[in-house]
Write a protein that binds this ligand. Structure first.
Ligand SMILES: [Ca+2]
Length: 411
C-alpha cells in the first residue's frame, strides 16, 4: 500500500513538474527568452566611413590602425556584455571554402562597411544591450529572399556595343572597352556555377576567399574569386546566382527555348550586359534560396575591402549586384547601411526593387515595397518591371530554374 501511494505521489510530482516546465517554457517564450540572431551596431564609424571623412579633410588615414580600434570597441562591448551575465554568442558559420571543401569558421562581425557584431541572444536581453554604452542600434537579423530583375533589354546595353555586337569567350582581345573590360562584379546570391558555358565553360575552380592566393595556381578566368558564407557546398546549388551572373557578365550562350532542351532548333541566344567583366561570387543564400542579413553585410564588406576576412590581398569589386532583399524597407537596416557605405569605396551597388510591387487591395499602387538593402539611400535599384510601367509586376526567378543548369534561360 505504501509502495502504491509512493508511486502515485511520484507520478503526481512528475506531472506537476512537467506542467511547471511547460509553463516555464511558455513564460520564457512570452518573456522573449527565445535565442535569436541580432546585429548590434556600435558607435564608432566603420573603416570606410572614417577613411572617407579623413581623406575628404585632406588628412592621412591608416586603415589597419583604425580597424584595430573598431575591433577593440567590439571586443570591449562583448566583454562588458559577458560581465552583465547576458548569455550571448557571436554567430558564425563553418563554411566550405576551397576546391576540396576545406572549411573556414567565419564570424559575422563587420568593421569595414559596418561596425557591428551578430549575436545569438535571448530577445529579453535586447533592452539591456540597447542601453549599453557604445551601442548605436540593435536589429533582428532579418531573413533575405531571392529576387530577379528582368532583363538586359531594359537597359539597352547592346546599343553601347560596337563590333562584335555579341561577345564569346574567344573574343577577349577584340572588344573596344565598352563590354565590362577590367571590371569586377560581385554577385551576392546563391553562388555561381563557374564552369557554366555562359562563363566560358572552364572547369578550373576560382580562388576561394578567406585564405591567400597561391601564386602557382591557375584560377578560373571568368570567376576568379568565390566566398561561401553558408554551411552548404561552395558552388551554386540553387541556380539563381548563376542566372544573375549570366545577366550581368555572361558570354554569348544558348538558352534551351520553349522545348526546354539544349541544342535544338528553338534555342535562344542570350548575352550578358557586360560580357568582359569578371565575377566575384558570394554565396549568402542556402540551397533553398534563403539566408540572413548578416551574410549579406559580410559579403558587401568582403567585396569592397582590398583584403580577405583573414587579411590577404584580393580584388575590390567595382559593382555589387544583389538581386535579393528582405521584408524590411528600413533605410537604417544593416544591409542598407552597409550598401550605402560601400558606395564610399567607389563601388556601384545595385539592389533589386519592385519585386513585391504588385498592387494589393490595401496597397493599390504597390508603394513602399523596396526592401532592404534596396532601401538604402545611395542604391541603384534594379526594378522588376520597366520604369515606365504603371504598375510593377512581381517577377521572381526561383521557380522553374533547374538546380544545376546546363544552359542559362533568357535573362
Ligand atoms: Ca531548345
Amino acid at each position: 500500500m505504501m509502495k502504491r501511494s509512493l508511486l502515485i505521489r511520484s507520478l503526481l510530482v512528475a506531472v506537476v513538474l512537467s506542467v511547471a516546465a511547460s509553463l516555464l517554457f511558455f513564460w520564457q517564450q512570452r518573456a522573449g527568452a527565445t535565442v535569436r540572431p541580432y546585429i548590434v551596431e556600435l558607435s564608432a564609424d566603420p573603416v570606410i566611413v572614417a577613411k572617407f571623412r579623413a581623406e575628404s579633410a585632406g588628412q592621412p588615414f591608416d586603415v589597419e590602425a583604425y580597424r584595430a580600434q573598431v575591433v577593440a570597441q567590439q571586443n570591449d562591448f562583448l566583454a562588458r556584455l559577458a560581465a552583465k551575465g547576458v548569455a550571448a554568442s557571436v554567430v558564425s558559420v563553418d563554411a566550405p571554402n576551397g576546391p576540396n571543401g576545406e572549411v573556414s569558421n567565419i564570424q559575422f562581425r563587420f568593421n569595414y562597411v559596418y561596425n557591428g557584431v551578430t549575436l545569438a541572444v535571448p530577445a529579453s536581453a535586447v533592452p539591456t544591450i540597447e542601453s549599453m554604452d557604445g551601442v548605436k542600434s540593435v536589429h533582428e537579423d532579418e531573413a533575405v529572399e531571392l529576387h530577379l530583375d528582368n532583363a538586359v533589354k531594359y537597359v539597352r546595353a547592346q546599343q553601347l556595343y560596337g563590333n562584335p555586337p555579341q561577345v564569346k569567350m574567344g573574343d577577349a582581345l577584340q572588344t573596344a572597352g565598352v563590354h565590362g573590360e577590367g571590371i569586377y562584379i560581385a554577385v551576392i546570391d546563391t553562388g555561381v556555377d563557374w564552369a557554366h558555358p555562359m562563363f566560358g565553360g572552364d572547369p578550373t575552380p576560382p580562388r576561394f576567399g578567406v585564405g591567400p592566393a597561391v601564386a602557382a595556381t591557375n584560377y578560373n578566368q571568368k570567376v576568379p574569386y568565390f566566398l561561401n558564407l553558408t554551411a552548404g557546398a561552395a558552388q551554386d546549388d540553387f541556380g539563381h546566382g548563376s542566372h544573375v551572373a549570366g545577366i550581368a557578365a555572361g558570354y554569348l550562350a544558348n538558352a534551351p527555348g520553349a522545348d526546354g532542351l539544349p541544342l535544338t532548333a528553338d534555342d535562344i541566344p542570350v548575352h550578358g550586359v557586360a560580357p568582359q567583366a569578371k565575377i566575384m561570387a558570394y554565396k549568402t543564400l542556402s540551397t533553398v534560396g534563403t539566408g540572413l542579413n548578416a551574410s549579406t553585410v559580410l559579403a558587401i564588406e568582403d567585396a569592397v575591402q582590398p583584403f580577405t576576412i583573414a587579411g590577404y590581398p584580393k580584388p575590390v569589386a567595382h559593382v555589387i549586384n544583389m538581386s535579393l532583399g528582405s521584408a524590411s524597407n528600413d533605410p537604417n537596416s544593416p544591409a542598407a547601411v552597409a550598401s550605402d557605405n560601400a558606395s564610399l569605396a567607389g563601388t556601384t551597388v545595385v539592389a533589386s526593387a519592385g519585386n513585391s510591387g504588385a498592387p494589393t487591395p490595401t496597397n493599390p499602387t504597390g508603394e513602399g515595397t523596396i526592401g532592404s538593402p534596396g532601401s538604402g539611400r545611395r542604391r541603384s535599384r534594379s526594378t522588376a518591371a520597366p520604369p515606365s510601367s504603371p504598375t510593377s509586376q512581381k517577377l521572381t526567378s526561383s521557380a522553374g530554374w533547374p538546380r544545376r543548369p546546363t544552359r542559362c534561360p533568357t535573362p
